[in-house]
Design a binder for this molecule. Structure first.
Ligand code: ATP
Length: 247
């Protein structure tokens, strides 16, 4: 029996009909867990997330083999809207806030808020501000003028507005100072524990990812070359040598 929330089964992904990027990737995210997808630049982490979130299509990428299931149902032919309704949201690499809108307006673009009353919108915002007090302080600031860390928080907060069961998080540490990275991962952990959101996160920062994740998969050149609990991976000699820089 399959108890995974998300399972990716032996997927192959080809860009532009010729460039084979994922060569049979399989992974699972159990309910309520944080799973890290690790590996060097170009290993295929973003492509894996985009295959799950259906964003591949807009980049001329196709899943040419394998399947993806969420709660036991195939989702590899779903539309992005259908996925959000089922409870999966992706936060893209590079944060992607609407720079000219305020932080709060950005958050409000995240849910199907048009269908909701003002009171419901306000409650949803307060729930986000509880986890991201910095965003509450910056609610009226134009998002484009907030810090990189605040923009990453806005992007995650916006995803939370859809009340997802699972968030696909691409490279949350990118370009951020270590202290801010820590702050963001602490919030991810809190959302995981208190809101029961599962996370699949792609990270080049192996060190921080393995401290917050439960499980990890290491991708090299479009293949999973190793997987295990975060503890197992952090203690593995090859992982230490090639990904943690500890020799
Ligand atoms: P990064 O940290 O740079 O995002 P990654 O592990 O997420 O790395 P991907 O972005 O998935 O890796 O890229 C995997 C490979 O696929 C790379 O060789 C990349 O050049 C290639 N690739 C990515 N997007 C496309 C595209 N739209 N068309 C063609 N090739 C692509």
């Amino acid at each position: 029996t399959n108890t995974a929330l998300l399972s990716v089964n032996n997927i192959e992904v080809i860009y532009n009909h010729v460039i084979l990027v994922l060569k049979g990737v399989s992974l699972e995210v159990p309910p309520g867990r944080i799973v890290a997808l690790l590996g060097a630049n170009g290993a295929g982490k973003s492509t894996t997330l985009k295959a799950i979130s259906t964003l591949l299509a807009s980049e001329r990428g196709d899943i040419t083999q394998g399947s993806i299931e969420f709660k036991g149902e195939r989702i590899d032919r779903a539309t992005p809207d259908a996925l959000v309704k089922r409870g999966i949201v992706q936060v893209m690499e590079g944060r992607h806030c609407f720079g000219h809108l305020s932080v709060e307006e950005n958050l409000l673009t995240g849910a199907f808020t048009r269908k909701h009353s003002r009171a419901e919108q306000k409650a949803a915002l307060e729930r986000i501000y509880h986890y991201f007090p910095r965003l509450k302080q910056r609610r009226t600031s134009q998002a484009g003028y907030t810090s990189g860390g605040e923009q990453q928080m806005t992007a995650i907060g916006r995803a939370m507005m859809a009340q997802p069961e699972m968030i696909l998080l691409d490279e949350p540490s990118m370009g951020l100072a270590p202290q801010i990275v820590e702050e963001i991962f602490e919030i991810v952990k809190e959302l995981n524990q208190k809101e029961k959101v599962s996370f699949l996160l792609a990270e080049q920062n192996t060190h921080v990812a393995l401290r917050y994740a439960d499980f990890g998969y290491i991708l090299e050149n479009g293949r999973v070359v190793m997987d295990g609990t975060a503890e197992e991976l952090a203690g593995n000699e090859d992982v230490k040598e090639f990904y943690l820089g500890l020799g």
